[in-house]
Design a protein around this ligand. Sequence first.
Ligand code: SDX
Length: 428
Amino acid sequence: MENDATLTIGENAYALNIIEGTESEKAVDISSLRKQSKFITFDDGYGNTGSCESSVTFIDGDKGILRYRGFDIADLATSSNFLETSYLVIYGELPSANELDLFKERVYKFAKLPDEVISAIHAQPKNSHPMGVLAAGLQSLGGAYPHYCTNDRKADLDCFDESAALIISTVRTIAATRHRFLLNEGVPESNPTASYCQNFLSMMFGNDSSSEDIPASVINALDLIFLLHADHEQNCSTSTCRMIASGGANPFASLAGGVSALWGPLHGGANMAVIKMLNQIHDAGDDGSRFIESAKQGKTRLMGFGHRVYRNYDPRAKILKSACDDALEALGVSSPILEIARRLEEEALKDPYFVERKLYPNVDFYSGIILQALGFPTDMFTVLFAIGRTPGWLAHWKEIAETGKKIHRPRQIYQGSPLRPYSALEKR
Ligand code: SDX
C-alpha cells in the first residue's frame, strides 16, 4: 500500500507508506520520516512500534491468539512435541519423518558438554544465579566451538543447522551440570538414546534409576511446558536477541543476551516470582483476598498476571491451567498453592481493578506449579523458560542473519544539559 498515510506537522504534510501483514495488521512505515521532516517518533517501551517484519509467530493480544508459523498453539500442544515444534519454529515447516529423525539425531549427538565448558560452569561463583550460569555457559560453549561462531554471517549461517542443534541440546546439559555440581553429585551422564526431556530429567535428577523409570506423565508435562514457551514474537528477550544479531554477532552471543533479558522479574523471572508469591500467601494464612487488595493498592503486583500484548487470557495459561490437574494427578502430588492460584484467578477475574485493566493470567501463572511438582528448584524455573524459548531465539537470529538487516540503532530525544564549558577542578 503506497503512500496511504499523511502526517501533517504544522503547515507541512508528509506522505508515508502503510505496511499490511498477512493477518491484516497494519503499520505506518516511518522509515522516511526523519529524512522528510527532521522529526522522529517517540514510543517509550516500544508498545506501539513494530521493530521488524517477521514470519515466525503471530499473536493477537485482544483475541488471545498465538500461532507458531501459522499453527495454533492449542493444536501444537495437543498433537506435536517440543522437538518437532522447535523444527517448525526454526525452519518454518513441520518436518517430514526423515527431517525430524535427522534433526533429533543432530540434537541428541551434542548432549555431552566439552570438558572445558564443564570447568567453566563449575568455576562460576557459588552464589551465581542459574540464569547467570546459563548465559556464561552459552558463551563458553561458543568458545569451545569457535568454527560455529565466527561473526561472519555467511559462515555462521552455513553451520547453523549444527550450531542450533548444539545449543538446543546443551542448554539442558548446562542447567543440569550446574544443578548437580551444587549438590556435589559430579557431572551428569547424558543418555543419548533417551528422548529430549527424558534425558534432561535424568541428567537433573538421575540417581540409581535409569531414565526409563521416569513416568511418561512427567516427561510429557515438561515437554508441554517447553513447547508452550518456544516463541512469542518480539518480547523483551527475543528483541534483545535480534538486536545482538543485527550487529552480526553469532548465535551463542545472541542467546546469551536473550537469557540475560529473560531473567528480569517482569519477564521470564515472573515464574519464580509467582511461586514465591503463592508460598507467601499460603504461609501468611491468607486466602488470597488480602494479597489482591495489596495489589490493587499498588503495594505489590499479582505476579503471573497481566501482559504487554495480551488483553485477554494468555492461551498458554489456559493450556497450562488444565495441564496442572493432569500433571499433579499423574505425579500423585497435591499442591496447596494450586488452590490458592485458582482462588486468586477467580477473584481477580471478577474484580473491576483487574477487569478494567484487562489483566489476565499469563504463561507464568501456572507453569511454576507444575515445575515445582516435577521437583525443579524454584531458582531454576526461568532457566526452564529459557530452554523452551531457545528455538524461538534461534529462529529470530536466523531471520535477522538471512535478511541481512541493518544494525538496529534506535534514536532518542535528548533531555540533558545544553552546551557548557569545562570548569577546572579547583573552581568546582
Ligand atoms: C512474560 O512480552 C512477552 O511476550 C513476554 C512473555 C513471553 O512469552 O516472552 O509472554 C513472557 O514476560 C509474561 C509476563 C510475565 N510478567 C509478570 O507476570 C509480572 C507481573 N505483570 C506485570 O508486571 C505487567 O503486567 C507486565 C509487566 C507483564 C505488563 O506491564 P504493562 O503492560 O506495561 O502494564 P503496566 O505496567 O502499564 O500496567 C497497567 C496497569 C497499571 O495500573 P495503573 O497505573 O493503570 O493504575 O495495570 C497494573 C499497573 O499497576 N498492573 C498490575 C499488574 N500488571 C499491570 N497490577 C497488579 N498486578 C499486575 N500483575
